[in-house]
Design a protein. Sequence first.
Lengths: 114, 113
Amino acid sequence: KAGVTQTPRYLIKTRGQQVTLSCSPISGHRSVSWYQQTPGQGLQFLFEYFSETQRNKGNFPGRFSGRQFSNSRSEMNVSTLELGDSALYLCASSLGRDTNYEQYFGPGTRLTVT
Amino acid sequence: GENVEQHPSTLSVQEGDSAVIKCTYSDSASNYFPWYKQELGKRPQLIIDIRSNVGEKKDQRIAVTLNKTAKHFSLHITETQPEDSAVYFCAAGQKTSYDKVIFGPGTSLSVIP
């Protein structure tokens, strides 16, 4: 069974640009969550999608948005990039929203904003 | 909302010794406490979790303890090996959904051969 995949793996953008990151969950998984990981900050929750609906959003500005498609694949978008958006963006999928279902992480997309 | 603190931020131990990482949380309603291991350049992986109805859980060389009164929980790794070197994240939150699980800042563990 293929694991969670994320594309692209690395990305370099300039301030003010926008970026779209993609996440393909494990087949059959309906819940996809996104996290921002920066050194010393751990994993900060961005948002969660389940059945194409955003269920919750973390404390991030409106420049961060996302969506989920009918095949459970998810994308996140960051507009008007800032230097502070440089981070590893991880997505994770699980069969359901409940923690009784194990959550599996993707390898991440390393975004560098210059 | 929930706030999770984790100590120490870095930890070095000799191979074969034990390692202990401690976390505290703020929300008394939290009832789910997972631990993740992230090796350099790799994705986080769940290594063990504990729910509020138990005080201790073991899996081979790894154990987690939970003190709900004091609102802290700990990860214990015995007989450490070089392959245990990684960043370990604790987390705390509601077991009903992952969006309510908050991560600590991480502990970088180095096991010296």
